[in-house]
Write a protein that binds this ligand. Structure first.
Ligand code: ADP
Ligand code: MG
Length: 256
């Protein structure tokens, strides 16, 4: 390998992965995302917090093009989001998403949930896909559930399968939209622990959550949103001990 290509790889390994520039979106008269500028560096863990209705979910959904934007630009790894077809399926594989409501395929087994996308989108052969799926299911602690259907699993187990399914696609970045909000309290930690481990392993992550313990321990940066805007961005220790904006102070006083 030449020196030039090594240098290039180093740039790629530390570079900007997700870049939103001046993004605006409306739902009718509602200006739900307002002049959003946000850059996520490879390996970074960004926690997005803010009051309900501030646009956090919409922000996540625009990044894998579940929602279109009205103006501005979004790039993943330097490429603009594709509009449709095969390229869009590939984007959705590159940008793994975990929702509050698990969204597993109800009529497929756990194992099938984690192999399908690999075979269809990534064109991995069936045996290899199964091997990877089993390894990932083991990694998130649900290897023994591989042949069950989602409804036979607890919420915490289903959410861990959803994480394994996204990881099976070899994503460049993982988006989590309130992944523990629908879980019974005793199951929250088993999901957060999987996410903590993922963060430690160097995965680039955007996490919308009200779990401030996770934000403190795993986030490199906290992004605080209100009314469709990014109001404040800071390292977690700074944000939690010394928020600058009145909106953030008010929000923190209600949740902490
Ligand atoms: P958050 O995740 O921060 O609670 P959302 O992004 O879900 O906020 O929603 C932001 C605002 O956009 C809310 O007022 C919500 O009602 C509105 N909204 C979200 N999705 C749609 C939609 N598909 N059509 C119309 N309004 C929407
Ligand atoms: Mg939301």
């Amino acid at each position: 390998m030449t020196e030039v290509s090594v240098a290039k790889e180093e740039v790629a390994a530390t570079g900007e992965l997700v870049v939103l520039k001046n993004v605006n979106k409306h739902f009718g008269a509602l200006h739900v995302l307002q002049d959003i500028d946000l850059t996520i560096t490879r390996g970074e863990v960004v926690v997005v917090i803010g009051p309900s209705g501030s646009g956090k979910s919409t922000l996540c959904r625009t990044i894998n093009r579940l929602e279109t934007i009205d103006s501005g630009s979004i790039t993943i790894d330097g490429n603009p989001l594709p509009a449709e077809g095969r390229q869009l399926a590939k984007l959705r594989a590159d940008v793994g998403m975990v929702f509050q409501s698990f969204n597993l395929f109800a009529h497929k087994t756990v194992l099938e949930n984690v192999t399908l996308g690999q075979v269809k989108v990534r064109k991995v052969d069936a045996r290899q896909a199964e091997e990877k799926a089993r390894a990932l299911l083991d990694r998130v602690g649900v290897g023994a559930q591989a042949d069950k259907y989602p409804a036979q699993l607890s919420g915490g187990q289903q959410q861990r399968v959803a994480i394994a399914r996204a990881l099976a696609m070899g994503p460049k970045v993982m988006l989590f939209d309130e992944p523990t909000s629908a879980l019974d309290p005793e199951m929250i930690n088993e999901v957060l622990e999987v996410m903590q481990q993922l963060a430690r392993d160097g995965m680039t992550m955007i996490v919308v959550t009200h779990e401030m313990g996770f934000a403190r321990s795993a986030a490199n940066r906290v992004v605080f949103m209100a009314d469709g805007r990014i109001v404040e961005e800071a390292a977690p220790e700074q944000f939690f001990s010394n928020p600058r904006s009145d909106r953030a102070k008010d929000f923190l006083s209600k949740i902490l």
